[in-house]
Design a protein around this ligand. Structure first.
Ligand SMILES: [Zn+2]
Ligand SMILES: [Zn+2]
Length: 318
């Protein structure tokens, strides 16, 4: 009995490194919990996505249109095994706000009295809007560390410089911001890194051709090497309207056609985007439009992207 078990142990020790390396390569890098997924009217389900390195409970939240309703749903579906209060106060270590439209920030404002102290990250222009329009004593209370006095200092504004990677406090992740064109505003894409893996979250954006911009071109140039190296695990990008919405009434948003046009630019830079995980966000009600968007994307996906539709409260791993 003794000898076979020793041989077995020897074999395990010999093959363990190979097995664990193989598992590391295949293992997911990120866990994403959508707290809200729609691009309008349903105030219980607006853009907000928690992201953490797989196996960690130290999340960041990309946009914060809906917090409470999404967290409650995630707890009810057992995506989290702690209370909603713990998810809000302990799991979310910071917010990344792509732009200050209400559907991306109202959850953060409304939940602020119950929240714990943390950072709000964003481009300077986004933080300025939050500072002067929302965390003021006329529209709410100033829970932040800058702006109108008195300042309650629960939240700390952290301005991100485009082009330089910033470490996220209380997590092991780094984030780089890229400006996006969104009608009259500057929106933001956040490139999140955990070790050598990346996930890209885009706030609202229109296509370069419509927006008369090079912002997406520059973003695709920056991430193309990561796509090539298979280090970019997913792109989370908006499609707000179905094809048929006239270009002049897109208001800085994408349609299936314009998404695929932008993906063609990325494909030309990266060689291939076949099988790349593309999480489609910010679909705008009514439901007939959402069905149309999904059908149009399915019918015209020449690059072979892996189209994924997030569900509120249901975790995804990449
Ligand atoms: Zn929006
Ligand atoms: Zn917007």
């Amino acid at each position: 009995m003794r000898l076979p078990s020793r041989i077995l142990l020897y074999l395990i020790i010999c093959f363990l490194p190979a097995v664990s390396i193989a598992q590391t390569n295949a293992a997911p890098a990120f866990r994403v919990v959508p707290l809200g997924i729609l691009g309008g009217i349903d105030e219980s389900n607006l853009s907000a996505y928690m992201i953490a390195p797989a196996g960690s409970d130290n999340y960041i939240c990309m946009d914060a249109g809906t917090l409470h309703a999404g967290i409650e749903k995630a707890v009810a579906t057992k995506t989290f095994s702690v209370t909603g209060e713990q998810v809000l106060k302990q799991y979310i270590k910071g917010y990344f706000i792509s732009h200050a439209h209400l559907d991306h920030i109202s959850g953060l404002i409304i939940n602020s009295p119950e929240d714990s102290t943390k950072n709000i990250y964003g481009l300077k222009s986004t933080l300025e809007t939050i500072k002067t329009h929302y965390f003021t004593w006329e529209s709410w209370a100033n829970f932040a560390n800058e702006g109108e006095e008195p300042r309650l200092k629960k939240y700390h504004y952290k301005a991100l410089e485009p082009g330089s990677e910033a470490a996220v406090d209380n997590t092991t992740m780094q984030v780089q911001a890229f400006p996006l064109s969104h009608s009259n505003l500057t929106s933001t894409a956040f490139l999140v890194r955990s070790n050598d893996s990346y996930i890209l979250y885009l706030g609202d954006t229109g296509a370069d051709e419509i927006e008369k911009s090079y912002n997406l071109q520059k973003l695709w140039e920056a991430v193309a090497p990561l796509v090539k190296a298979k280090k970019l695990k997913a792109i989370m990008i908006e499609v707000s309207f179905p094809n048929g919405q006239p270009d002049k009434t897109l208001f800085g948003h994408l349609t299936p056609k314009w998404l695929m046009a932008e993906m063609a630019v990325l494909k030309n830079l990266a060689g291939s985007v076949k099988g790349l995980n593309l999480v489609v966000t910010h679909l705008k009600p009514p439901v007939q439009n959402i069905i149309k968007i999904k059908n149009q994307l399915k019918a015209d996906n020449p690059l072979g992207l892996n189209l994924i539709y997030p569900q509120q409260g249901i975790a995804m791993v990449f």
